[in-house]
Each structure stands twice: as C-alpha cells, then as structure tokens.
Design a protein around this ligand. Sequence first.
Ligand code: TYD
Length: 142
Amino acid sequence: MVKYELLNFNVRGNHEGSLVALESSKNIPFDIKRVYYIWGNKNDVVRGKHAHRKLEQVIICTSGSCDFILDNGTERTTVHLNSPSQGLYIKSNIWREFTNFSSDCVVMVLASEHYDEKDYIRDYKTFVNEIKSAKTYNVNVR
Ligand code: TYD
C-alpha cells in the first residue's frame, strides 16, 4: 500500500464564500518552512517525476483539479485532487508525478524544509535502489 493521507480541512463560510486556515503543527502536521504554487500547466504535461529523501509535503489543489500518481517503489496509486478543502499529505520516499491538469488548476504545496536539491531523487532506478537498501538496512538492524 502506498502511504499517504487525505486531510480534510475545516471550511468556514456561508453563501458569500469560503475560507480555510492552515496552521503549522495544527491542521498541517509539520512546521511549514516553504510554500510554492504551480499553475498554467497544459492538461497532459507530467510534472514532478521525483521523490524526496526527507521532505514532507501537503499538496492542495486550491482551484480546478489534477491527478497525483504516487509510487512507493513496488506499488502505484492515483489520487485525484479537486477541492481546496482537501490536502494530500505525503512523507519522504514516495515517487510522485502529477498530470491531468484542468485549465484553471492551481496547486499549492506546503513543505517542511527549505528548497534543497540534495533532497531530490530525480532518477526512478536510483529511487527504487534507495528504497531496497533502506529495507535491507531495517531488516539487518532488528
Ligand atoms: P521542480 O521541483 O523540478 O518542479 P516540478 O517537480 O513541479 O516539475 O522545480 C522546477 C524548478 O524550480 C527547478 O529548477 C527548481 C526550482 N525550484 C525552486 O527554486 N524552489 C522550489 O521550492 C521548488 C519546488 C523548485
């Protein structure tokens, strides 16, 4: 099973509009050090194609919709995001690709660390090898 969580945020609002508040270590399960957002992607473009060694992220589709393909090295699952009141929480060592962007899609990402290229695994084979050696290490230390 690919590990991820869908966080459902409390929405304050009425017929005039809606509001979601995101707070470090409250409804976001880490201290937020960085926020970035992505928009204007063509429908069939595939972004991401990497994993992180340490980083945790909450990913929110604040407008429109898109698909997140998550992969733990042995299994893959697709999560469709289409609500600003939902956050996809992923920890380290998950390969991710995102695609199928609606024309109005804006993806906002909250991250637990500042940008660090050394935290990226950008090659799928390297990712699978790192997962395998981490599993071997865990088995041997028990
Ligand atoms: P990248 O993570 O490769 O984008 P995606 O996975 O969404 O396709 O980042 C694209 C470029 O932006 C790359 O040159 C690194 C840079 N970047 C930053 O400078 N800071 C950041 O916080 C992020 C996420 C990317």
